[in-house]
Design a protein around this ligand. Structure first.
Ligand code: BMA
Length: 385
């Protein structure tokens, strides 16, 4: 009897520990201590919504799709399932030069309207930045050694780099909803840094330089009064075998709100599919563990299988890879359609469109209880306490 009571008391203790740590998760605050009330509320609600499932996201979802561009209210995802994604990815690339259009041709004036529309629906906006190389003036993929050193304080391109951050800051401060509030943004700078294809990647940048770059950026935006950002740390699948690899360039809990990775399936062969599934599963395990240990959110910030040439990619490959891990969202890359600039020129898209051979599988995926799209996001009232 005494033993039974001990077991019972131990059980009650364990249950209460578990609920305390979950509550602690909900109580954490964004890295930016002056984050706007809506940003804080979104952050807290994202912790809660993990219990319901994960949001589905699509890059440039409202701007264009396969065989269409700039049709108000249209989205390839919506054409297939009758609902929009819940997360909408955008890119700042070319804001450096105050260009009219982003690097993929979307007018910033349109992008801004889409961001406002998403906020009105109660969806989530996320931004990456394929920032040009400030040292050479070429694009983000110009991985000239020494570029990061050149933009840090004391570097030859520091002032130029700051002027680019100024342009981004000014733009972020124009993203206001009809309610006059700044739209909260999941901001994912210096993405995929464990690869070797961007100027901020680890092949040309030391951990100290990367951390300094990251902290400088966060502090610069804060000093400019930009308080509607949640900061998303993001690796590629490349270069990350272990949790230690994932954390090697981590700038610290005070500068990060969400941890994430990008991964793409590279081919149709069973071996490629199995590799994608195994790598994704392992990486989701790593971000899940890091998120728990550091009280952060986690996500698959970019993924996809170009043209989705596989009948059950959504309901089997991707679903099984995520399994029962608690992530906030998974976002698939853009539906450009025919892309003559790619080598070789080809159809470039990652979400299905109406008429896609395997769209039925996406409908099944949509109907899974754990995948959350816009209608669910609207119900969750992510910007309300
Ligand atoms: C790549 C491709 C490119 C695009 C870039 C940035 O994956 O989609 O066409 O310019 O992302 O969006």
């Amino acid at each position: 009897m005494k033993n039974n009571i001990t077991i019972l008391l131990a059980g009650i203790f364990l249950v209460s520990c578990k609920s305390t740590s979950q509550t602690a998760g909900v109580q954490v605050l964004p890295a930016d201590k002056n984050a706007t009330p809506e940003t804080v509320t979104l952050y807290k609600n994202l912790f809660k919504s993990r219990e319901k499932g994960y949001f589905f996201g699509h890059q440039d979802a409202l701007a264009y799709g396969v065989n269409w561009r700039y049709e108000e209210g249209r989205s390839d995802v919506k054409d297939v399932i009758g609902d929009y994604p819940a997360v909408y990815g955008w890119d700042l690339g070319r804001i450096e030069d105050k260009a009219d259009k982003d690097l993929d041709g979307v007018p910033f004036s349109n992008q801004k309207r889409y961001v406002q529309q998403v906020y009105k629906w109660g969806g989530i906006n996320t931004f990456s930045w394929h920032m040009n190389n400030p040292l050479t003036g070429k694009d983000a993929w110009n991985n000239e050694p020494g570029t990061v050193a050149s933009v840090l304080p004391g570097g030859a391109k520091h002032e130029l780099f700051k002027s680019w951050l100024d342009n981004a800051a000014a733009y972020f401060l124009t993203l206001k909803g009809k309610d006059g509030k700044l739209v909260p943004i999941l901001f994912r700078p210096y993405h995929e840094f464990t690869g070797n294809w961007f100027w901020w990647c680890k092949n040309t940048t030391t951990p100290e330089q990367f951390k300094e770059l990251w902290k400088f950026t966060v502090e610069y935006f804060e000093a400019k009064g930009v308080h509607n950002l949640l900061y998303v740390y993001n690796t590629s699948d490349s270069g990350v075998e272990t949790k230690a690899d994932f954390m090697e360039y981590y700038p610290g809990d005070a500068y990060v709100d969400m941890v994430s990775f990008d991964i793409y399936q590279g081919g149709e062969e069973a071996a490629k599919r199995d590799k994608f599934a195994a790598d994704t599963h392992r990486l989701v395990g790593i971000i899940d563990e890091v998120a728990r240990e550091h009280n952060k959110l986690s996500a698959i910030a970019e993924t996809g299988f170009e043209q989705i040439p596989y009948a059950t990619w959504w309901t089997e490959t991707l679903t099984n890879a995520i399994a029962n891990r608690k992530i906030s969202y998974v976002l698939v890359w853009r539906n450009h359609g025919w892309n003559e600039y790619m080598a070789p020129p080809r159809m470039h898209y990652y979400a299905p469109y109406k008429g896609h051979k395997y769209e039925a599988d996406f409908v099944k995926y949509y109907n899974q209880p754990e995948t959350l799209f816009q209608k669910e996001a609207t119900k969750l009232n992510l910007y309300k306490k």
